[in-house]
Design a protein around this ligand. Structure first.
Ligand code: E4P
Length: 217
């Protein structure tokens, strides 16, 4: 499963990227605003750090305007995936931008039927939002499972990019189900390393060696 990092914070992206943890990046208008940066310049900087796909989202709502914005975003770098919302206009923009050779990530997906439409429109990625479904007491992970079954049934090449990932258990479930990609905030990716028995075991090992006074260096 590929790891995308869901942020526009350049330093955090660079730190995780240096560890080989970043296969791509996702941003959205809210994350751009949170970074305090201009969308074009921050996206360009992210693309200079990460070689994998970097999603940059349009803000227009009509197809023609989305296509124009998508072309401008797509010209920032070769690894841009233009992000469009899962609306009818977004699907039109997806088809047109894909025909023009751009990668497209269709976002704000909350049903398997929406994912099916995105795949038929040629999306490079479909982004089902797990956490936001869980927020309203629906089963976000069941959506990932449904899309996996449907895409496998018909051999769709669109990659399932599990988004709105909030917990380490979300990451584990995505990997079990076979999501192609999961995108999570840097803190969630870092917390995958945590286990209380690791901390406990390390403390015991260090206490034992300290008693002997032995040093490696
Ligand atoms: C990814 O593409 C989305 O922008 C992101 O995962 C949304 O996450 P949130 O629901 O935690 O805001």
């Amino acid at each position: 499963m590929k790891f995308f990092v869901d942020t526009a914070e350049v330093e955090q992206i660079a730190e995780l990227n240096a560890l080989g943890m970043v296969d791509g990046v996702t941003t959205n208008p809210s994350l751009i605003v949170k970074s305090g940066r201009d969308i074009i310049s921050v996206t360009r900087e992210i693309c200079s750090i990460v070689s994998g796909p970097v999603s940059a989202e349009v803000t227009a709502t009509e197809a023609e305007a989305m296509i124009a914005e998508g072309r401008k975003l797509g010209e920032i770098a070769d690894n841009i995936a233009v992000k469009v919302p899962l609306t009818w206009d977004g699907l039109k923009a997806c088809k047109s931008l894909r025909d023009a050779g751009f990668m497209v990530n269709v976002t704000l997906c909350f049903s398997a039927n929406q994912a099916l439409l995105a795949a038929k429109a040629g999306a490079s990625f479909i982004s089902p939002f797990v956490g936001r479904l869980d927020d309203i007491n629906l089963d976000g992970m069941a959506l990932i499972e449904d899309i996996r079954i449907i895409f496998d049934n018909y051999g769709f090449q669109t990659e399932i990019l599990a988004a709105s990932i909030r917990t380490v258990n979300h990451v584990l479930d995505c990997a079990r189900i076979g999501a192609d990609v999961m995108t999570a905030p840097p803190a969630v990716i870092r917390s995958l390393a945590n286990h209380p028995l690791t901390d406990k075991g390390l403390a015991a090992f260090l206490a034992d060696i300290e008693k002997t006074g032995q040093k490696i260096l």
